[in-house]
Design a protein around this ligand. Sequence first.
Ligand code: BV8
Ligand code: ZN
Length: 250
Amino acid sequence: MPESDTAEAAAMLGQARRVVIFTGAGMSAESGVPTFRDALTGLWQRYDAHALATPEAFRADPALVWGWYEWRRCVVRRAEPHAGHLAVAAIEARAPHAVVITQNVDDLHERAGSTTPVHLHGSLFAPRCSACAQPAPVPEGGAEEPGEGRRTPPPRCAYCSAPVRPGVVWFGEALPQPALETAAEEAASCDLLLTVGTSGLVYPAAEIPQVAARLGATVIQINPQPTPLDAVADVNLRGPAAQVLPALVQ
Ligand code: BV8
Ligand code: ZN
C-alpha cells in the first residue's frame, strides 16, 4: 500500500471535524474473532451463518443456535482488542466529534476505550427473553470449543420462563431503531467516514457509508480485499486493520 495514501489519509483524518468510524467483522479478525463469513470454523463449518443467524433457526433448534452464540461469546472473552481498536479510540478522543458505528456484536471497541459505540446488530453480551424481551443475565464462561457443533439449551426467562435468546439482530429482523437513527444522522452530518473491515454486503447497515459519500463526506476504506465500497472510497488502504489504523494516528 503506497505510503502516500496512508499519509494522505492521516492528514484528512487530522483535519476532519465530524468523524464516523464504521466497522465490520474484519475489525476483529486480528483479535482472533472469526469474521462473520468465517464464524463457522471447525466443527460448525457444516452450517451456513446466514441460515443459523435467523429467528427460524432459533425456533427450530434453540440449543444449536444458543450453543453457537455461547461459543462465539467464549471466543470474544478470550480475545483482546488489538492496536487497531486502540487507534480507533485515539481517533475518537482526538477528533472534535467522532462516533464508532459497528456491525460487530463483540465488545472489543469498548474494551479498547471507545466510548459508547453504536451497535447496529446488537451484542453477544445482551441476551434477552425471546418472548417478553426482558434482559437476561450474561451466562458466565461460555461453551468450550464445541464438540459436535455443541448444542447448549438456552436458559429460561426468570419472568415468563420462555427461552432466552442472543441479543443480536438476526437476518430478517429489524435493526434497533435508535441505533439506526443515530447512525443515519451521524453519517449525514460527518465530513469524514472511515470504513474498516466490512464487506459492505449486509443491509441496511451497508447504506451508512453510502449516505456519507452521497452527502459529500470524504470516505477512507481499510480492507485487504476489494469491496463494493471501493466505488465510493476517496482513499483505499488495502491492508489489515491492526497494521493500517495505527499508522493513521502516529
Ligand atoms: C432487515 C448479527 C428487514 C448476527 C448480523 C436490502 C434492504 C434491507 C434488507 C435487505 C436488503 N437486501 C437483503 C436484505 C436482507 C438482509 C441482508 O442484508 N442480507 C445480505 C446477506 C444480502 N438484511 C437483513 O436481514 C437485516 N434485516 O433488513 O430486516 C426488516 C425491516 C423491518 C421489519 C422487519 C424486518 C438484518 C441484517 C443483520 C444481520 N445480523 N449480525 C450475528 O452476528 O450472528 S450481520 C453479520 O453479517 C455481521 O454483523 C456483519 O454485519 C455481516 C457480515 O458483514 P461484515 O461485518 O462485513 O463481515 P464479513 O464477514 O461479511 O466481511 C469481513 C470483511 O472484513 C471482508 O471484507 C474482509 O475482506 C475484511 N477483513 C478480513 N480481515 C481483515 C479485514 N479487514 C480489515 N482487517 C482485517 N484483518
Ligand atoms: Zn420472558
